[in-house]
Design a protein around this ligand. Sequence first.
Ligand SMILES: Nc1ncnc2c1ncn2[C@@H]1O[C@H](COP(=O)(O)OP(=O)(O)OP(=O)(O)O)[C@@H](O)[C@H]1O
Length: 239
Amino acid sequence: MISINKVDQLYGGTQILWGLDLEIVPGSITCIMGRNGVGKTTLLKAIMGLLPIQSGEITMEGETLNKQSAEKRAYSGIGYVPQGRDIFPMLTVEENLRIGLPVRGKRTKGTLNDNPKDIPDKIFELFPVLKDMLHRRGGDLSGGQQQQLAIGRALVLEPKVLILDEPNEGIQPNIVKQIGDVILKLNEEEGLTVILVEQKLGFARRVGKEFRLMEKGRIVAADKMENLNDTLIKQYLAV
Ligand SMILES: Nc1ncnc2c1ncn2[C@@H]1O[C@H](COP(=O)(O)OP(=O)(O)OP(=O)(O)O)[C@@H](O)[C@H]1O
């Protein structure tokens, strides 16, 4: 599905990712974990094309993404929910959701049952609060509601892969639970592949099927989530 081969990335003169290799299993939920500053967000941005890489290759379904813009990667079926949500605060919930529709129309070429010009009903079934708040400005929503909006906006594209960067940061527990339920539902019912940067161990264990641990810009451990043991936690996650 997504393969990352020997990727190096630098900010100015400082190297952040070091020959990073990562294989994302199709239909899995992979948690990328590691202490602050190990390069998790940088890795996601490199996959999305929001940061240039120095060397190496990123492929999706065998096709190289290296030269593709972030927009083109969205067309290829990668949905991205950045850290800090990044919704448009002055636009309404509906306008925020509509932003993805032109991409959706082009991507799906009329293969969907519903009109590609409409926001899919599925978004409101997953996040009913977005229907209730449709005409409110994004900036007036609570942090948790904004996160649901950011996920809804990424799902409008009907992505094959959904990438989420710490979706639960600063969010109240009942919404964290709902977000986890949505991720599991999309994965189990539609086979959506999910890549998740997650610091909260409990959430990672509940939702993740695979883990990849990072340290100093490299993947240092990779296994099924049930094998994330205390030794690994102590070595790579405990602060
Ligand atoms: N725009 C930037 N310019 C220069 N250095 C940066 C920039 N963004 C991040 N860095 C540095 O790159 C390193 C990796 O940052 P990154 O945000 O990828 O880590 P992270 O594992 O996601 O951390 P966190 O859990 O704190 O979000 C850090 O040392 C950070 O200071």
